[in-house]
Design a protein around this ligand. Structure first.
Ligand code: SF4
Length: 466
């Protein structure tokens, strides 16, 4: 008789350890901060809002006010409608917002709160009063990551505000995704250079990266103006960055998957030009080609020169990066963009890890990484423990991702290049440029210099010239 396996030899199921994803209402809060005069309310317990505030303040180094409906044991049993009513009254009284976005949490979703109808009741009770726009988005974290929360919120914002509007040839929607404030500023500059004023949804380039204040603003300046969002249905086109932007969509379209841009395409006939996040020359070319297609304007000389300088830098730095092995982790769209960039500079991505699971990342990586995509180990629905275990087996030269992976780099004694969100152990996370030729240039220099610095520090003789 075959020997029965011993219990200790069967790998036990373990819960997620050090998640490689964040909470869905956190993504919602970032998106809401990019809407002019909008205050996020987290419908759930105080701890959810505190965690989100702590993460955002630590990364953006800005004051981040996020309200909570503050569930207690009693609320959990009898429902949170009254708490939400009070929270809205407090927020509207103290902050005088133009809009309030209510994001649900694991707790409020689990007890079945119908926030849509709770807000309808509030609107009825306050009819005739000067109340701001109220809307809600369903963001239970057990159904998705911060990216699902982010994209679901952008979709709800568009659905709530967009009205039928006449087409206007000078209007272009940009859906940048969860990029940095510096990325958003750069996108605005690029598109303005094509002679068109973009509607960026959301635009948190000011609200999450303010100049120094001489007085405290309860609601920071900046954000996409509400009247601009209303006109997004009349835009000549949308440009959407990222391939993993669709979320399950409730209401009348229940069961359908939509992103804000795909919804505008199906409901308002606004053509959507979708591409990878423009990191690297190939993906940036696609983005700039889309701009030319939409505007009819050829790439301005400024960007031709940026592209040329980037190619020159690739030639200069090629010998220091070629053949190096990298571990990349984070959100699916960021991982895809980074891997595409690394593949074109000759770095072999040996592990691509993410806490999300669309089931499509591996397929997209193979398409975007013609040199090394076939051999890449793709870890979907993973945590940092798993990424760390696999990294120890492969012994990479560098890791690239947010600061939560720092311990892997420390254990393996290899350099880490910090990108994306969150970056808790450095300043300037909000000012990292990831996109376009200029952003890629910064990333390329960082990757090359991290490898050079490592080599120099570990050289037995040291050197000051290469
Ligand atoms: S309970 Fe859910 S919504 Fe609240 S912080 Fe945790 S994961 Fe996020």
């Amino acid at each position: 008789m075959d020997k029965l396996p011993r219990l200790k030899d069967i790998r036990p199921f373990v819960s997620t350890r050090n998640a490689c994803k964040l909470c869905a209402p956190l993504g919602a809060s970032v998106a809401l901060k990019g809407i002019e005069g909008c205050v996020p309310v987290i419908h759930g317990s105080q701890g959810c809002a505190t965690y989100i505030r702590r993460y955002m303040i630590s990364h953006y180094k800005e004051p981040v006010d996020i309200a909570s409906s503050n569930f207690s044991e009693e609320t959990t049993i009898f429902g949170g409608a009254q708490n939400l009513r009070e929270a809205l009254g407090n927020v509207i009284g103290q902050y005088k917002p133009k809009a309030v976005g209510v994001a649900t949490t694991c707790l409020s979703e689990t007890i079945g709160e119908d926030v849509f109808h709770q807000l309808a009741e509030v609107r009825k009770q306050t009819a005739g009063e000067d109340w701001p726009e109220l809307f809600t988005v369903s963001t239970p974290s057990y159904q998705g990551t911060h990216m699902d929360g982010f994209h679901a919120t952008v979709l709800e914002i568009v659905k709530h505000f967009v009205k039928d509007d006449e087409k206007a040839a000078d209007r272009l929607n940009i859906f940048p995704g969860f990029v940095s404030p510096a990325d958003i500023r750069q996108l605005k500059e690029i598109i303005s250079d094509y002679g068109i004023k973009p509607i960026l949804i959301p635009d948190f380039s000011d609200a999450l990266d303010n100049p120094l204040w001489d007085k405290y603003y309860r609601v920071p300046e900046g954000g996409t103006p509400l009247d601009e969002i209303c006109k997004a249905g009349g835009a000549v086109a949308s440009i959407e960055l990222g391939l993993f932007t669709k979320v399950a969509n409730g209401g009348k379209e229940s069961g359908l998957m939509h992103s804000a841009a795909s919804w505008l395409e199906s409901e308002h006939n606004v053509k959507n030009y979708k591409s990878l996040m423009p990191i690297g020359v190939n993906s940036s070319d696609d983005f700039f080609d889309n701009l030319t297609r939409v505007t009819g304007v050829e790439m301005p000389e400024k960007y031709m020169k940026q592209r040329g300088r980037l190619l020159d830098a690739y030639a200069d730095g090629h010998k220091y990066v070629f053949g190096k092995k990298a571990v990349v982790y984070g959100e699916e769209d960021l991982v895809l963009g980074l891997c595409s960039f690394l593949d074109e500079i000759g770095v072999e991505v040996v592990i691509a890890g993410t806490g999300a699971y669309s089931g499509r990342l591996e397929e997209e990586l193979k398409k975007a990484c013609p040199n090394h995509g076939e051999n890449m180990k793709v870890l979907g629905d993973s945590d940092f423990e798993r990424i760390s275990d696999e990294s120890h087996k492969i012994k990479p030269d560098i890791i690239i991702g947010n600061s939560k992976g720092y311990y892997i780099a420390r254990e393996l004694k290899i350099p880490i290049v910090r990108v994306g969100f969150p970056i808790h152990d450095r300043v300037g996370g909000q000012r990292i440029n990831h996109l376009g030729y200029a952003g890629t240039q910064e990333l390329f220099d960082k990757v090359v210099n991290a490898l050079l610095e490592y080599k120099q520090e570990n050289s037995p003789v040291g050197f000051k010239y290469m």
